[in-house]
Design a protein around this ligand. Structure first.
Ligand code: EPZ
Length: 420
């Protein structure tokens, strides 16, 4: 199994380019099911999760030519509507095919994603909304079986809780429904904006993009023709590299990033004492060697993202005072705490709040990655730890960070991928 070895203590310098957003690419790949014409996607991140979803399309009968950052997809000949356990168990975002398969073919079976390292992550809100649109849903043999033989009907959907995947599934389902769907309390993440814009550019009437009420006039089962689409920059990858600059007290430049999408992370780093030069789509961080402590509460966009919580916790270990970090989205997203403490941090956990007390130095050790963002927090800590840090189970990182060690090497880190 591969692991990463980092010799800590190196200053970083130079620039790297941010890849396309995994969490935008995944729903957009799922949305291609709404079309029976070829579509070209560019700026895809070259990560395992993207390859997994493309593999699922092929299993359904889609044609896919994929080469690193570009995919040509043609879903004209889809001949299966079953998303099997083998794929969904590898990646829960496969649930995003539920809405588009049901909307286009009037039936589908999707393996029920189980729990995951960061929490239970139910899909009840997706299912309830599809039922409100006229679907018959049953759960049998570990699968969600959904039917709407005469197509889905437009409906008023009120989400009890803001859900990114739920909003995406219902936006896609509503696109081919009969009549108009209004989604109230929808998520507003940039990834949802890109999905809605791609659907709007295919000629669908869709209002309220980027707001908490989205209205979609369905095409009554007429498949779409999408424009070629370039995936937006990955805001979480961008934030992670800014944290690398902050924790190592290094000035680095990240290119091809949308500063508006990472405003909450920039704001937190600023309150810790870092400053920035933002020119077009490039951001240079000017760090400080006296990082101030922070208070963070994770919430939905445009608030502070749960996907940046672990990385900021790593940075907070180097601050000059106590930081408080509250996780509000997922009930178990603190698995990195005990691993960071193995590197010498002093983090105290109670319920969904972590208190991070300052330490003079972190020390290299063997640590285990537990989920994607937890893994990147361990990498950040390894960059400043004294001595060698070995990060195991990095298949989590490979799911969502495009060429992480290549980019860190380019910035001057001493990092290598080894195998045992
Ligand atoms: C998306 O997950 C992202 N995944 C996650 O990124 C991200 O952490 C999360 O949104 C929150 O921003 C992708 O975009 C592929 P949710 P998703 O539905 O859609 C509860 C990463 O590291 N909920 O917005 O699954 C749920 O349990 C990943 O890249 C229900 O109760 O998240 C959670 O507490 C990890 N019932 C909250 O809502 C439902 O039916 C928000 O989850 C659906 C969700």
């Amino acid at each position: 199994m591969d692991y990463l070895q980092i010799q800590g203590g190196k200053k970083l310098h130079g620039s790297i380019t941010i890849s396309g957003a995994k969490n935008s690419a995944l729903p957009i790949i799922a949305a291609t099911i709404l079309s029976d014409k070829p579509v070209k996607l560019t700026n895809l991140p070259d990560v395992v999760d993207i390859r997994t979803l493309l593999k699922l399309l092929v299993m359904l009968g889609g044609e896919v030519e994929h080469n690193g950052t570009v995919a040509l997809i043609n879903n004209k000949n889809i001949n299966s509507t079953k998303a099997v356990y083998e794929i969904v168990s590898q990646m829960r975002a496969s649930i995003l095919v539920l809405g588009p398969l049901l909307a286009r073919f009037g039936e589908c079976e999707v393996s029920l994603p189980g729990g995951c390292a960061i929490g239970q992550r139910p899909i009840d809100l997706h299912l309830r909304a599809l039922e409100a649109m006229g679907a018959n849903i049953e759960i049998k043999g570990g699968y969600v079986r959904a039917e709407a033989p005469n197509g889905l009907k437009g409906a008023k959907i009120v989400f009890d809780k803001i859900t990114v995947g739920g909003t995406e599934n219902i936006v896609m389902a509503a696109t081919l429904a009969h009549g108009t769907t209004t989604i109230i309390n929808s998520a507003k993440e940039p990834e949802i904006v890109q999905l809605c814009e791609m659907i709007r550019d295919a000629g669908v009437e869709i209002d309220g993009i980027g707001t908490s009420t989205i209205t979609i006039k369905g095409t009554a089962q007429k498949p779409l023709k999408f424009q070629d689409t370039e995936i937006i920059p990955d805001r979480i990858e961008a934030g992670t590299y800014l944290c690398a600059g902050a924790i190592t007290n290094s000035s680095i430049t990240i290119k091809k990033v949308n500063a508006v999408h990472i405003q909450s992370s920039l704001d937190k780093l600023e309150s810790m004492g870092c400053s920035f030069d933002i020119k077009g789509d490039e951001i240079t961080i000017y760090p400080t060697n006296r990082l101030r402590p922070i208070n963070i509460v994770t919430t939905e966009y445009p608030g502070f993202p749960t996907d940046m919580q672990a990385q900021f916790m790593a940075v907070a270990t180097m601050a000059i005072g106590d930081s408080l970090i509250e996780e509000r989205l997922f009930e178990n997203r603190f698995m990195h705490v005990s691993e960071l403490n193995r590197l010498g941090s002093d983090i105290w956990l109670k319920g969904n709040v972590a208190a991070v007390r300052p330490v003079a130095q972190l020390y290299g050790a063997d640590v285990m990655a537990t989920d994607l963002r937890a893994s990147s927090a361990l990498v950040l800590a390894g960059l400043v730890a004294n001595g060698v840090t070995n990060i195991h189970r990095i298949y989590h990182l490979d799911r969502g960070y495009d060429n992480l060690e290549g980019k860190l090497l380019a910035l001057g880190a001493d990092i290598k991928r080894l195998s045992h």
